[in-house]
Ligand binder design. Structure first.
Ligand SMILES: NC(=O)c1ccc[n+]([C@@H]2O[C@H](COP(=O)([O-])OP(=O)(O)OC[C@H]3O[C@@H](n4cnc5c(N)ncnc54)[C@H](OP(=O)(O)O)[C@@H]3O)[C@@H](O)[C@H]2O)c1
Length: 209
């Protein structure tokens, strides 16, 4: 399988990359990024300006796509910019990869994703899901983690505090309310890239514990 991976420098995406490069079923990984990745014989990691994505379909050729690209409202700096990164980039890439022949799209979305949600973040995630599904991939897998609890280089105090709290009360929490580890999300996303189930599959946070 030739895998196209978006967000390969991120917390979830870096685990997907590591697993994919160790997986004998995967012959090649293309991971467009805005920062260089360490070299690997089966990895192509072109540096890309995501505001002017290459339109050459050959560039996007792959069997399956895994997208773990996204930001936070704080880092994005405005709602418009957040929408551009968390909605427009994934949907435009999904369109290009679909046109180039990809059959499966695995999207790292979020718990609560819903195009009619009151909460802006959940609404954008829901719009992204809806617009990716509308592209008509043979298989679309929407993976919806809750809080992603893992080591980050940049400080995210609210997430880190909430992560600590969820770890403390984990023994009494139902699976659906527990935080999700990036390596577990990555494993599930990579497995889903090989799924033979047609149509739309939703993976909820309790399946990511
Ligand atoms: N944090 C949570 O608790 C949580 C919960 C549920 C769902 N999610 C969603 O899960 C997904 C993965 O999360 P994560 O924690 O792995 O994210 P992350 O560590 O912040 O990584 C995000 C990835 O997206 C890339 N990216 C961000 N802004 C970009 C831009 N302007 N142009 C190009 N690439 C850009 C990053 O590239 P750089 O390395 O170059 O920045 C990185 O590869 C995201 O969509 C996130 O919204 C997060």
């Amino acid at each position: 399988m030739h895998l196209l991976l978006l967000g390969a420098t991120g917390l979830v995406g870096s685990h997907v990359l590591e697993l994919a490069l160790a997986d004998p079923r995967i012959s090649a990984v293309t991971a467009p990024t805005r920062r260089p990745l360490p070299q690997h014989a089966r990895l192509s990691a072109p540096i890309v300006d995501f505001d002017t994505l290459p339109q050459d379909l050959q560039f996007w050729k792959a069997d399956a796509v895994i997208c773990a690209l996204g930001t936070t409202l704080k880092v994005a700096g405005s709602r418009e910019r957040f929408h551009r990164i968390d909605h427009d980039y994934p949907v435009e890439i999904a369109r290009l990869a679909r046109a180039a022949g990809a059959k499966t799209f695995v999207l790292n979305s979020a718990k609560g994703a819903d195009p009619s949600a009151l909460f802006f973040y959940s609404r954008v995630k829901g719009e992204t899901e809806k617009d990716v599904v509308a592209l008509g991939y043979d298989r679309t897998i929407l993976v919806r983690p809750g809080l992603i609890d893992g080591p980050r280089t940049e400080p995210r105090p609210a997430e880190q505090m909430f992560g600590t709290l969820l770890r403390v009360v984990k023994p009494v929490l139902p699976r659906s309310l527990q935080a999700n580890r990036p390596e577990t999300i990555a494993r599930v996303m990579l497995d889903q890239a090989f799924s033979t189930v047609l149509g739309v599959t939703v993976v909820t946070s309790d399946a990511l514990v």
